[in-house]
Design a protein around this ligand. Structure first.
Ligand SMILES: NC(=O)c1ccc[n+]([C@@H]2O[C@H](COP(=O)([O-])OP(=O)(O)OC[C@H]3O[C@@H](n4cnc5c(N)ncnc54)[C@H](OP(=O)(O)O)[C@@H]3O)[C@@H](O)[C@H]2O)c1
Length: 337
């Protein structure tokens, strides 16, 4: 089959090549999927470049990626199933994340076929195309993982999403609206019309207005762009409001090549018992078998509609990652084998 292969970490245009390789092995708990569409997101950039370096110690592969085929998010048609798999059968249309636990590893989705654990997949709603479904898994799971427990959104709450036009932010806007929140989206001016079209009640251009000094108070601030300090966020939070850090390294521009955003997460966890606005810290993501059905229902009901900016053929994955890095995309970047 044709696949994008990387034998080492580095800049996408230097390390990614289109090659003919063996079909992936299908384990007893796996599903072999013929990929119809895959998508590019910030974590793909992390694993292709091997940055921050700590990801190499977290299962990605120390000197080279353990799995040479990048990509984690895809939608396609089931070709075959392992002998323990009863949830799917050949011909089913599915979507999901092809990694089992850690998003900082290659998942093999930038290929004609991929083998994934059945627990990471879900039936694709019939009313949603492959390209749209492929844009949802990682970003949607990040949103759901971060809206657990104390951070659950209640109807009528005021929610601000900082970085509302990106992969995670655009789904966060729609999921918060689906839960009845009054949503403010913050991003750069050129993307605000799209944020409004996703349902945001109010939009703010971060370059022309500092919302932390406007006097407005929010029940929840979801900091996808990860550009806010805790002190700034506190000024804009209601008395019982919470701040949620998503963690973004801005494709290397944040200059944290060794540990990325991890020190900030660990610091927040360490002080969370004393800083009420941080809520209770948790690092365990929800089981995909619980969260993928939630994403399917939201898609099926039209409560989330992934916006597609551009589609690239499989041979142009490095250009697609370069376009993601530019930061001008309004919506998801899709790869079609
Ligand atoms: N916490 C978790 O559970 C978890 C798990 C996995 C991954 N992640 C991380 O989640 C992040 C996902 O982000 P994404 O895919 O949504 O990124 P993205 O598509 O790059 O979007 C980020 C958006 O933020 C905007 N932005 C930049 N600076 C800003 C500022 N100062 N204020 C407000 N908005 C600003 C950008 O617009 P302009 O560029 O036009 O300014 C862009 O529209 C990744 O970094 C990934 O590593 C988190």
């Amino acid at each position: 089959m044709k696949a994008i292969v990387q034998d080492r970490y580095g800049s996408p245009d230097e390390v990614l090549r289109l090659r003919e390789i063996e079909m992936p092995a299908v384990g007893d708990d796996d599903v072999l999927v013929r990929v119809r569409a895959a998508s590019v997101h910030a974590d793909v950039w992390h694993v292709v470049t091997g940055q921050p370096y700590v990801l190499r110690l977290m299962g990605g592969g120390f000197s080279r990626p353990k799995n040479p085929v990048p990509g984690t998010d895809m939608a396609g048609i089931v070709e075959a199933v392992g002998r323990n798999v009863t949830r799917f059968r050949p011909g089913d249309e599915v979507f999901g994340e092809t990694v089992k636990a850690n998003q900082w590893t290659n998942g093999g989705a930038f290929a004609e076929y991929v083998s994934a654990h059945h627990g990471s997949l879900e039936i694709k709603p019939r009313n949603v195309g492959f390209e749209q479904a492929a844009g949802v898994p990682t970003s949607g799971l990040i949103v759901l993982n971060n809206l657990q427990g104390q951070r659950s959104i209640l109807p009528g709450q005021k929610v601000l999403i900082n970085g509302a036009a990106g992969g995670v932010g655009s789904l966060a806007v729609q999921i918060a609206k689906a839960r009845g929140a009054v949503v403010t989206g913050v991003d750069s001016a050129a993307k605000l019309e799209m944020v409004r079209s996703l349902g945001a009640d109010r939009v703010i251009d971060y370059r022309s207005e500092d919302f932390t000094r406007s006097g407005e108070r929010y029940d929840l601030i979801i900091d996808v762009a990860s550009t806010l300090s805790l002190a700034d966020s506190k000024r804009a939070l209601a008395p019982a409001g919470l701040y949620v850090l998503i963690g973004h390294d801005h494709y290397g521009k944040a200059r944290r090549p060794v540990l990325g955003s991890l020190p900030r997460f660990f610091l927040n966890a360490a002080i969370s018992s004393f800083v009420r606005q941080l809520g209770k810290s948790f690092f365990e993501p929800l089981d995909r078998r619980e969260t993928m059905p939630v994403l399917r229902e939201l898609l099926e009901a039209g409560k989330i509609t992934p916006v597609i900016d551009r589609t690239f053929p499989l041979s142009k994955v490095s250009e697609a990652i370069g376009y993601l890095q530019e930061g001008t995309a309004r919506g998801k970047i899709i790869i079609v084998p």
